[in-house]
Design a protein around this ligand. Structure first.
Ligand SMILES: Nc1ncnc2c1ncn2[C@@H]1O[C@H](COP(=O)(O)OP(=O)(O)OP(=O)(O)O)[C@@H](O)[C@H]1O
Length: 318
């Protein structure tokens, strides 16, 4: 049974530890913060602004605050992603005011970027448990696992994430942000398409061995601000989704991307999809990798374990 919303007056609830990333959304979060602050005050939500200049910084500052203070991330996917180690460690809940560029986490939670009303209304709802992914990059220094909420991509996906950092701010006189920015990077990335030899094991069983240009392991359904790479995925079902593009030429990948936008690619003969609790990916040579949309360098091997219900979230779907 779903617990009822918190009926305590807002002022008697623990304060929100607000992690504002003013750079998120190319400065949108910083510009919108005065409006967010006004709304928090108008609703009587107690809060304390956490001073931080990076995810690890924010985690360290949060760790000094009582664990029953929920964290409120004001920014994009990277801002929320940066808090996961501390949220997992302390069990504190996550709230989100999505003001980033891609906002795929917002979409995972059923929120829309810039819809302040809905984002703040959600904060009085009872917390929900969401699954997390724990990734071990075999080549990583110290082998420290990384926690993800949305998912990871290797190959073409990560090339595109990399190219996004090089995209011009404006194109044909129009600002190039969010999804159009991703599209620009995806079209540019087609020219540099790489195919590697990949072996995938799911829950200890061989699943795929052969050429691949793209491998995604997802907890959420979309990345890149709108590419529905794992349609039907549910971050509460205790399963991760593996989606592979096998041998694909540039001319085959372009129309396939259009299908990914609509989430209609899973039946394509060059796409493999499965759900599992544990995935091991092993490439013959290192492939570019992103973790929750954050670039993570080139890696040959990684292992992903699903942590069921590991994250408490206030901003979940009603
Ligand atoms: N608390 C923080 N303070 C400052 N910078 C941060 C913080 N957390 C993460 N960052 C850095 O800021 C970058 C941008 O933040 P974020 O990803 O939230 O915005 P975005 O890239 O505009 O949005 P999206 O990820 O939704 O496309 C991150 O990639 C990360 O390197």
């Amino acid at each position: 049974m779903t617990p009822p919303p918190d009926s305590r007056p807002a002022s008697s609830r623990p304060p929100f530890a607000v992690v504002l990333n003013p750079q998120a959304g190319r400065g949108l979060a910083g510009r919108e913060w005065p409006r967010v602050e006004r709304e928090l005050k108008a609703r009587g939500f107690p809060y304390q602004l956490v001073q931080a200049s990076s995810g690890p910084d924010a985690c360290a500052a949060l760790a000094r605050l009582p664990a029953d203070w929920p964290a409120l991330a004001v920014g994009g996917d990277g801002t929320a992603h940066g808090l996961l180690p501390e949220l997992y460690r302390s069990g504190r809940s996550l709230g989100l005011v999505p003001l980033g560029s891609g906002n795929d986490l917002a979409s995972l939670l059923g929120l829309r970027a810039g819809d302040l009303e809905t984002a703040l209304d959600r904060l009085t709802r009872p917390p929900q448990r969401l699954d997390l992914l724990e990734v071990t990059l075999n080549g990583s220094v110290g082998g420290q696992p990384v926690l993800l909420l949305n998912g990871l991509g290797m190959g073409f996906d990560a090339q595109v994430a990399d190219l996004m950092t090089l995209a011009p701010a404006r194109l044909l006189g129009l600002p190039l942000g969010g999804f159009p920015r991703y599209l620009w990077a995806a079209l540019t990335g087609l020219r540099r398409l790489e195919t590697g030899q990949l072996r995938v094991t799911l829950d200890g069983q061989p699943f795929y061995s052969g050429p691949s240009c793209l491998a995604a392991v997802m907890n959420g359904g979309q990345y890149g601000g709108g590419f529905r790479i794992a349609p039907g995925s549910d971050p509460q079902d205790g399963l991760l989704n593996v989606v592979l593009g096998t041998q694909l030429s540039r001319s085959a990948l372009l129309p396939l991307m259009a299908r990914v936008l609509q989430g209609r690619h899973l039946g394509h003969p060059r796409v493999r999809h499965a759900r599992a609790q544990h995935a091991e990916l092993s490439w013959q040579s290192p492939m570019q990798t992103h973790l929750d949309g954050e670039l993570a360098g080139r890696h040959e091997q990684l292992s992903v374990r699903l942590l069921p219900g590991a994250l408490s979230v206030l901003s979940g779907r009603p």
